[in-house]
Design a protein around this ligand. Structure first.
Ligand SMILES: [Zn+2]
Length: 100
């Protein structure tokens, strides 16, 4: 039973990576709240090896924390300039968000 969950978990992550590779999405324009960077940002889970490895490791060892980690990390963006995680907001072209 446990192995089934691991296989399903590995399948989800593998499928995600394969999906990203097949469908290179246009990077979202976002604004960093830490350093002020404004421009395209990549998602953490889909583009960085560390969270993918951590999610797989947690799934294999603990399963539930692994699923929680994936849920938490899903859809978070990383600033390419200062590497701040999830400290950013969508930047709309020609519209400056008065956040700072
Ligand atoms: Zn930044």
């Amino acid at each position: 039973m446990e192995y089934l969950i691991i296989i399903v978990g590995a399948g989800i992550i593998g499928g995600l990576i394969a999906y990203r590779a097949k469908h290179p999405h246009v990077d979202e324009n976002r604004k960093c709240l830490v350093c002020g960077y404004s421009g395209p940002m990549k998602t953490w889970m889909g583009n960085y090896g560390l969270p993918q490895f951590a999610a797989l490791f947690l799934l294999i060892c603990f399963i539930i924390p692994g699923l929680l980690f994936i849920g938490w990390a899903w859809g978070k963006h990383v600033c390419p300039q200062c590497n701040a995680l999830a400290k950013n907001i969508p930047a709309v072209e020609g519209f400056e968000v008065g956040w700072r």
